[in-house]
Design a binder for this molecule. Structure first.
Ligand code: NDP
Ligand code: MG
Length: 380
């Protein structure tokens, strides 16, 4: 098993759960990072004694340098800091940052020959081709942390190497607004959208779950991770979030992975793969699982889902456009500048109206992302 890790985005929901897993497994933590949450980062530094801590915001990095002057942890800032963290000599990097700001660090980690436990889906949506080409070139592993992708990956361990998968059944909780009409969603508040029925997560992904953008991003993520045609990925709404996804073979046999909705299972599996170790996550209590329900997804009301499918069909940099538009629209909704339904309208309109080609390099992805962000700001 690997002995040490570095954690990009250690102060977030996935980051703190990763440190819980590291604590339970007794792993050495070489590096930690935050955007600006320096109080929590300081606690983490005092507990895990990493060599390096990165704070994206330089002013906050300065503050942290002063408050941990009694430790031997070096503090860096900005993208340079994230790149130094990603290029270090850890056995594995957990990428738990939110947003496509994680793309350059991901490429740096791959170039340094490191395996990655990967939660940062926006990066794969925006730069899927670049990332997967780099993975092949350097022979590293991109181990999925997202619960659905971990489930598919776990099911695939039982599949022969030949192409016998007919389809991927990607489960979705449906979020807090499942079954609602567009008319009923006109005036929903940020608080209502942040009340996810099954999962406790960071704010951005919680809103993405309410709009179903999250499932759209996950279709694209699965298409890259498992080299699958998006048409062979079917979204199944499963309200209880007990089945985390399934694969269907050519003989119509279906394999599923089940467990409590607790991210520490997929995080730990990505870190310990192919081994399994005891975890603090509760067992499934079968006597309490009175029923499991399944429905089809409504991509007419939840426009983000349709926009992501369209972006993937258009190919090239269109997924980067959908992602960039959503990162801005999601933030504007949380800042109460636009309505809930505006998010779907803006992402759809960006995919329909921005002209982009394919990605030859990182700068191409960054340009498409910037165009999408500017487009959204110009529309409000
Ligand atoms: P959070 O918002 O809780 O945490 C994000 C982390 O990234 C924090 O450490 C944050 O620092 C840091 N960060 C944010 N913006 C920047 C930036 N511009 N530069 C550098 N660091 C930054 O997110 P989650 O943990 O919920 O999600 C992380 C990723 O995992 C996302 O891609 C999400 O889609 C994916 N994911 C999350 C799941 C979950 O259960 N939470 C489930 C499946 C996937 P700070 O604390 O200082 O803001
Ligand atoms: Mg998921």
């Amino acid at each position: 098993m690997i002995k040490n890790i570095s954690v990009l985005g250690s102060t977030g929901s996935i980051g703190t759960q990763t440190l819980d897993v590291a604590r339970n497994l007794g792993l050495q933590v070489n590096a930690l990072s935050a955007h600006s949450s320096i109080e929590l980062l300081e606690e983490q530094i005092r507990e895990f004694k990493p060599r390096l801590a990165v704070v994206f915001e330089e002013a906050k990095a300065k503050e942290l340098r002063l408050s941990i002057a009694d430790t031997s942890t070096k503090v860096l800032s900005g993208m340079d800091g994230l790149l130094e963290l990603s290029g270090d000599d850890s056995d594995l990097m957990v990428n738990a940052i939110v947003g496509m700001v994680g793309l350059a660090p991901t490429l740096e980690a791959i170039n340094s020959g490191k395996d990655i436990a990967f939660a940062n889906k926006e990066t794969l949506v925006a730069g899927g081709e670049l990332v997967m080409n780099a993975v092949k070139e350097h022979g590293v592993k991109l181990l999925p942390v997202d619960s659905e992708h971990s489930a598919i990956f776990q099911c695939l361990q039982a599949a022969p190497p030949s192409k016998v998968i007919k389809k991927i059944l990607l489960t979705a909780s449906g979020g807090p607004f499942f079954g609602k009409t567009a008319d009923q969603l006109k005036d929903v508040t940020v608080e209502q959208a942040l009340a996810h029925p099954n999962w406790s997560m960071g704010a951005k992904i919680t809103i993405d779950s309410a709009t179903m953008m999250n499932k759209g991003l996950e279709i694209i993520e699965a298409a890259w991770l498992f080299d699958t045609d998006p048409d062979d990925i079917e979204v199944v709404v499963h309200r209880e979030s007990i089945i985390h996804s399934m694969i269907e073979f050519t003989d119509n046999s279906v394999l599923a992975q089940l467990g409590m909705p607790d991210m520490r299972i997929p995080i730990q599996y990505a870190i310990t793969y192919p081994e399994r170790y005891p975890s603090p996550v509760a067992e499934l209590d079968w006597t309490k699982l009175s029923r499991m329900t399944f429905y089809s997804a409504d991509d007419t009301t939840f426009k983000c889902l349709a926009a992501c499918k369209k972006a993937m069909k258009k190919g090239g940099l269109y997924p980067a456009v959908a992602n960039g538009a959503n990162e801005v629209a999601n933030r504007l909704f949380r800042d109460r500048k636009i309505s809930f339904l505006d998010i779907g309208e803006l992402v759809t309109s960006a995919v329909d109206n921005i002209d982009v080609t394919s990605a030859a390099c990182l700068d191409d992805v960054l340009r498409a992302d910037k165009a999408a962000r500017e487009y959204v700001y110009s529309q409000i």
